[in-house]
Ligand binder design. Structure first.
Ligand SMILES: NC(=O)c1ccc[n+]([C@@H]2O[C@H](COP(=O)([O-])OP(=O)(O)OC[C@H]3O[C@@H](n4cnc5c(N)ncnc54)[C@H](O)[C@@H]3O)[C@@H](O)[C@H]2O)c1
Length: 378
């Protein structure tokens, strides 16, 4: 499906539910599993984790969901239509390829894989099997994010002057990838939803540090420019004492601040001409009044759970509609291309590094070059 503003209800469940397996029983897998259990179009058929104790704890919490140690074992024993992959980044390509080769649709977190070439391999496999390979971006189903999109599309912010983003958490155990690959994709996915033209830098600079000597950057800064030359700065930090995911977009008319760390008032709007930079209590533009949802006021299920459920619903719609000719988008390729440029810049001590498309030319035809099987709400 495409995330249609205001279209937040589940579609009515067709006669036959789709069966899904969740691979990876960490917090992300648990959130996905709960979402698939709630969505009327899905039946949560199995859970898999190489740590089988973790899988069985989650299986019991969710009822009597069968648990498996490997995806091969699961696919041998249970008939499923799709797999939702919630493993760490390094295992995403392998598990997704196993599922795709077995003819299963796949939902995997952004970035889809640990390299552009691995993601392309997954997309080619999906295309060959006429399967949906969807990148998981729960935040794009958030009313507050869709409000920012609307404000920007309507020109209500004026010209964008600068963008600041922060993503921090405490995670000293995660040394599989550096902090850029670990945290930046979540912020990139949000930027790709809201920035005019999406996340499309021509080049990037990245600086980082590893103050605890873990062997990988744990703190990092990424810089690039929007097409109007406005600077964008993303700070990623997994040594922080606080968990933050924030985005500030400063326009000549309005400044918006989005904060995923709160349930209520995730989006605040400021008038930059006011000397005290006061928060606007009355919506200054009609777009702000749109897309109000129950739950955004802090009551009911968390915003995270609601967005996860909408994503599960979107996945089933994509599967059921995959042949109806609606056109896909390719943000996944953009995020991976930007991440690879970040790694190149970091290895060159912050030197500016061009973002290279899957076909090898500088950013340009990414969207057109990405295989049809990668579906994402436009
Ligand atoms: N937790 C979040 O808030 C969050 C937010 C956005 C994205 N993510 C993404 O989701 C991924 C998972 O997050 P998490 O917090 O649940 O991590 P986690 O490490 O706590 O859990 C991952 C689970 O996957 C299992 N696993 C590893 N390889 C496997 C394999 N080959 N087959 C089956 N199971 C395997 C691990 O044993 C572990 O239990 C992260 O790497 C991140 O990219 C997480």
């Amino acid at each position: 499906m495409n995330a249609v503003p205001g279209d937040f209800g589940f579609h009515s469940a067709p006669a036959t539910k789709l069966a899904i397996a969740v691979i990876g029983a960490g917090p992300r897998g648990a959130g996905l599993a709960r979402a698939f259990q709630v969505c009327p179009d899905w039946e949560l058929a199995a859970i898999c984790d190489v740590d089988v104790n973790r899988a069985s704890i989650m299986g019991k919490q969710l009822g009597t969901v069968p648990c498996f140690e490997t995806i091969d074992e699961l696919l041998d024993c249970v008939e499923v239509d799709a797999a939702a992959i919630a493993t760490p980044l390094g295992a995403r390509h392998g598990t997704a390829m196993t599922a795709l080769r077995a003819g299963k649709h796949v939902l995997a977190d952004e970035p889809l894989a640990d390299s552009l070439s691995h993601a392309q391999e997954m997309a080619a496999e999906a295309r060959m099997g006429s399967l949906v390979l969807m990148a998981g971006r729960p935040h794009s189903y958030e009313p507050s994010i869709q409000k920012i999109q609307k404000l920007i599309d309507a020109g209500s912010l004026g010209d964008i002057m600068f963008v600041e983003a922060l993503l921090s958490e405490t995670n000293l155990l995660n040394t599989e990838r550096d902090v850029f690959w670990d945290l930046a994709p979540r912020s990139f996915a949000v930027m790709d939803e809201v920035l005019p033209g999406g996340l499309a830098p021509l080049d990037v600079s990245a600086f980082g540090g590893d103050p605890l000597g873990t062997g990988r950057d744990c703190v990092g800064h990424i810089y690039f420019r929007l097409p109007n030359d406005a600077p964008v700065h993303l700070h990623v930090n997994r040594l922080s004492r606080s968990k933050c995911h924030q985005l500030l977009i400063a326009g000549t008319r309005l400044t918006v601040v989005w904060d995923a760390g709160v349930q209520k008032e995730r989006l605040r709007v400021y008038d930059p001409s006011s000397p005290a930079l006061q928060k606007l209590s009355t919506p200054p533009v009609p777009e702000l009044n749109l897309l109000q949802l129950p739950g955004e006021d802090g009551t009911g299920p968390s915003v995270e759970q609601q967005t996860m459920e909408r994503m599960a619903d979107a996945f089933s719609r994509n599967i059921r509609r995959q042949n109806d000719g609606h056109s896909p988008n390719s943000p996944t390729s953009r995020i991976l291309a930007v991440l690879e440029a970040v790694s190149r810049s970091r290895s060159l001590d912050g030197q500016v590094s061009g973002v290279v498309s899957p076909l090898g030319d500088t950013h340009g035809g990414l969207a057109d070059d990405w295989p049809q099987s990668v579906l994402w709400p436009t």
